[in-house]
Design a protein around this ligand. Structure first.
Ligand SMILES: NC(=O)c1ccc[n+]([C@@H]2O[C@H](COP(=O)([O-])OP(=O)(O)OC[C@H]3O[C@@H](n4cnc5c(N)ncnc54)[C@H](O)[C@@H]3O)[C@@H](O)[C@H]2O)c1
Length: 323
């Protein structure tokens, strides 16, 4: 059964199912609930699932939003229970192709025809995740950023088999929920955001590995330097600002010198092999204790929350001035 060619009426309230209630899943459920949609949430780990409502309430409290929205999120006992009457299913389980494929097989068996099936994978091509399904016209990617309720972007990724209506409905659903949803027209590993991020991370690690500087210096150069401009000046706006002629002159010198590694850095592989996994083990590229890790997390959340509040205030001001 294909939904290609049909123009389904969009219900004012979409019934949303979220599979995976971890870091991303509970936050995605929260966004849809705040937007007024009924949400069914499922996780194979009973503890994670049971903790989700309190986690969502805590987030809403911290944001100064109405905690009653959390009541629109109902927990489901099985995948089938979660998706049985859904209009839109989004999967946010572990980043493992086999696990995701098994989840979507269960979703397809129970979800109604016409229900859209979306994956929140970070980098796995959507076509690979959905390859075993009978109707791939209703499948696509919706790639959110952490935390889903503070970072506005959602990348909506189509595959060659995704129906245009599936993309249109998904963009409309996310935009109506207050997200900045962009259409990614090719199903490439990492989509747009993670390709850009990891091009930067590859060079960052290469600089440390080559002994040019330490990890803290890399982070300072980004945060105190070009990172300051990024929220208001994208890279290609910046290229136009300085001039494409200067950009060309820079690329003629620097590009040949950048890392072109096609696999993970041996330095990164060594960190992982030695158990230096980052904040969770106290050491990664840098050393961490509970206080310094908490300071980074708190600072990030405050920064993202302020940015969102500033945008909301600016939008409200613009609304008033046009009335
Ligand atoms: N963490 C991020 O910043 C981020 C950002 C964007 C996308 N993603 C992607 O979102 C997905 C989830 O990431 P996360 O950070 O929320 O991970 P997480 O580990 O916090 O949550 C994953 C959850 O999936 C559950 N799960 C595993 N197998 C399952 C199954 N078969 N059925 C139901 N639930 C199952 C786990 O119990 C866990 O609670 C991954 O694909 C990840 O790559 C993560």
């Amino acid at each position: 059964m294909s939904i290609a060619g049909a123009t389904p009426a969009k219900p004012a309230r979409e019934r949303i199912a979220v599979i995976g209630a971890g870091l991303m899943g509970h936050g995605i459920a929260q966004v849809f609930a705040v937007a007024g949609h009924p949400v069914r949430l499922y996780d194979s780990d009973p503890g994670t699932l049971a903790a989700a409502p309190a986690r969502i309430r805590g987030n809403l409290e911290a944001l100064g939003q109405d905690v009653a929205a959390a009541d629109r999120v109902r927990l489901a006992a099985t995948v089938a229970d979660a998706v049985a009457d859904a209009d839109f299913v989004v999967e946010a389980v572990a980043e493992d192709l086999a696990v995701k494929r098994a989840v979507f097989a269960a979703v397809e068996a129970a979800a109604p025809a016409g229900c859209i099936l979306a994956s929140n994978t970070s980098v796995i091509p959507i076509g690979a995740i959905m390859a075993g399904l009978a109707d791939r016209s209703r499948t696509l990617g919706t790639h959110w950023f952490n935390p889903p309720f503070l970072v506005p972007l959602v990348e909506v990724i189509e595959t060659p088999e995704t129906a245009p209506e599936t993309v249109a409905r998904t963009l409309a659903l996310h935009r109506a929920a207050g997200k900045i949803a962009v259409h990614v027209r090719r199903d490439l590993p990492g989509f747009i955001g993670n390709r850009l991020q990891h091009a930067l991370w590859r060079e960052a690690i290469a600089l440390v590995e080559a002994g040019v500087c330490d990890a803290e210096t890399v982070d300072t150069v980004v945060k105190a330097g070009f990172g300051r401009r990024l929220p208001v000046l994208g890279p290609l706006e910046n290229a136009d600002l300085v001039g494409t002629d200067l950009t060309l002159a820079i690329h003629q010198i620097v590009l040949a010198d950048l890392s072109r590694a096609t696999g993970p850095s041996p330095y990164l592989e060594r960190l992982v092999a030695e158990g230096r996994l980052g904040m969770k083990t106290g050491q990664g590229f840098r050393r961490w204790d509970a206080a310094s890790a908490a300071a980074v997390r708190d600072g990030l959340r405050r920064h993202l929350q302020r940015a969102l509040e500033d945008e909301q205030a600016a939008a409200a001001g613009a609304g008033e001035s046009t009335q």
